[in-house]
Ligand binder design. Structure first.
Ligand code: FAD
Length: 531
């Protein structure tokens, strides 16, 4: 049995940051335990390859399957989650987007002192190395490379120009408030390679003698001495092992696995744990509650120009790959999303509540994962920023190898469906606007039969899907459902923290990666200052 000051569970967007920052002090020893393996694969590092070869690949993806959602005719979502160093930041779409300032101010207004936008901005800047340099919002010199797109596509240009024609402001910096507008993304990339949290934070720290990274080790539970977290039990190569934590255990396993690990460790709803045969350490009913995701839907059109769908023959792949290896440019460097747009669903709203993604690749998001078409097509996605619906994560059994029960309840609150219908309708308007309309030969989804309000509601309910952004299941706060306090310490026990997307009391109005990295930065400071 080994002993360390700190044990970090999960080397994802937040956990990589926590482990790297804590081990900056050579007097501190840190053990980082990750269920997945190495991220030094072309399928992770080459942006275009990830979508085809990393997502849904058991070597890199947990491939969670949600339970039947009664709010969507029993649909069962496939939910990719990175199982590799870097976690989901190693398989994600690389869009660099922060929450709106009001998101963080709202967290603070809920009683989470020190989480307002003015408090979190320095941590976004500290993390960031923006290709465009530092300014009042952006950082330069941080570990996370944020780059301009290194590839263009005429249909992506047309989407942005159609957005402007439809009345949206053109944005050169999508992270500069107010969010409303349309523009090209910046990506978490370095010279055309993926810049995951592992590449940004762990690769430079791997040589430290005080940081031990244990990969391919599946955590079973946190061990307690009374109500004090004293270590971690994990399984590696079929063997059960454990490690001692002298100071603290930090759970960073993501919004699906963090609540599962807490519950397997005896921290959760007492009644549920007893039902599952788990000894209760702390009755904390909010563990696994407050699940939410960005509900979204897609718009797919056939187009009259080659998209990446038809550029997959062997000679082209070899050419794209060689170009990427030599210059870091070209289609192999492309994130799937090129442009984003943001609108208000109603003119009286103070801030945007709908986000659009545009990809010069045609794919459908199905219950079994993304399916790529074999003819020229494009896909745009609409999603709701701040959903009202809430789902839940619970144990299915006390066996850590069994996936938890995930009940998304995506449209439990009809307001989310109503908002998404507005967002989906405006997508059609964009596709009918010049110059995007010039490329479109026909609309595949929603399709010409979707015309009336009732058609739209049915379409959105049937096609609606969580946007791979689960959050909120160990929420920060002081109310009876809260799991961690504003310094990310788990209520009711000692020496235990949670830091990842699960701590968000309300999901941010953005993709989550940059926000989880910020949470990791903050947690490391909290843990350091607790001594
Ligand atoms: C396909 C996809 C595309 C996305 N696209 C974008 C995007 O373009 N931009 C963006 O901002 N966000 C995007 N996201 C979302 C974003 O990447 C995630 O929300 C974010 O990375 C979550 O960070 P996290 O720290 O909460 O968890 P994760 O990064 O998922 O980290 C959790 C880690 O814990 C490990 N772990 C879990 N259980 C155990 C266990 N029992 N034992 C040991 N280790 C364990 C996991 O293997 C993983 O490494 C995308 C997500 C996906 C899946």
């Amino acid at each position: 049995m080994t002993s360390h000051d700190y044990i970090v569970i999960g080397a994802g967007s937040s956990g990589s940051v926590v482990a790297a920052r804590l081990s900056e002090d050579p007097r501190t020893s840190v053990l980082l335990i990750e269920a997945g393996g190495s991220d030094r694969s072309l399928n992770i590092q080459m942006p275009a390859a990830s979508y085809l070869k990393a997502i849904a690949n058991a070597r890199f993806d947990w491939r969670f399957k949600a339970d039947a959602d009664p709010t969507r005719h029993g649909r069962r979502d496939y939910m990719p989650r990175g199982k590799v160093l870097g976690g989901s930041s190693s398989i994600n779409g690389m869009v660099y987007l922060r929450g709106q300032p009001e998101d963080f101010d709202a967290w603070e207004a809920l009683g989470n002192r020190g989480w307002g936008f003015a408090d979190v901005l320095p941590y976004f800047r500290k993390a960031e190395n923006n290709e465009n340099g530092a300014d009042d919002l952006h950082g330069a010199g941080g570990p996370l490379f944020v780059s301009n797109l290194r590839v263009t596509h005429p249909v992506s240009d047309a989407f942005v120009r159609a957005g402007v024609k439809a009345g949206l402001p053109l944005k050169s910096d999508l992270n500069r408030p107010p969010q409303e507008g349309v523009g090209f993304i910046q990506a978490t990339q370095v010279r055309g390679r993926r810049c995951s949290a592992a590449r940004a934070y762990l690769w430079p720290a791997m040589g430290r003698r005080n940081l031990r990274i244990l990969s391919n080790a599946h955590v079973r539970r946190v061990l307690f001495d009374g109500t004090r977290a004293s270590g971690v039990e994990y399984e590696r190569s079929g063997q059960r092992e454990s490690a001692v934590a002298g100071k603290a255990v930090i759970v960073c396993a993501g919004a699906l696995a963090s609540p599962q690990i807490l519950m397997l460790s005896g921290v959760g709803s007492g009644a549920h744990l007893r039902e599952m045969g788990v000894e209760v350490v702390c009755d904390l009913p909010g563990v696994g509650a407050n699940f939410h995701d960005h509900p979204g839907t897609c718009h797919i059109a056939w187009v009259n120009t080659p998209t990446y769908n038809v550029q997959t023959g062997l000679p082209r792949i070899l050419w794209f790959g060689a170009r990427w290896l030599l210059t870091g440019r070209g289609p192999a460097s492309t994130p799937d999303t090129h442009a984003l747009g943001f609108i208000k669903s109603r003119p009286d709203l103070e801030r945007c509540d709908i986000e659009y993604h545009f990809t010069p690749v045609g794919y459908d998001l199905t219950e079994d994962g993304p399916i790529l078409f074999d003819k020229p097509a494009v896909t745009a996605l609409a999603n709701v920023h701040r959903p009202h619906s809430r789902g839940v994560v619970r144990l299915k059994s006390a066996d850590h190898r069994e996936q938890p029960l995930i009940q998304p309840n995506l449209f439990d609150d009809e307001r989310d469906l109503d908002t998404l219908v507005i967002g989906a309708k405006f997508l059609r308007t964009l596709f009918e606007t010049d110059p995007l309309s010039r490329f479109v030969t026909s609309e595949f989804k929603p399709g010409p039969d979707v015309c009336t309000d009732e058609d739209w509601r049915s379409y959105v309910r049937e096609s609606g899907i969580g946007f791979y952004h689960p959050a909120g299941t160990c929420k920060m706060g002081r109310d009876p459902q809260a799991v961690v306090d504003e310094r990310l310490k788990v209520h009711g026990v000692e020496g235990l923290y949670v830091a990842d997307a699960s701590i968000m009391p309300q999901i941010v109005s953005a993709n989550l990666n940059a926000n989880c990295i910020m949470i990791g930065e903050r947690c490391a400071d909290f843990v350091k200052s607790a001594g």
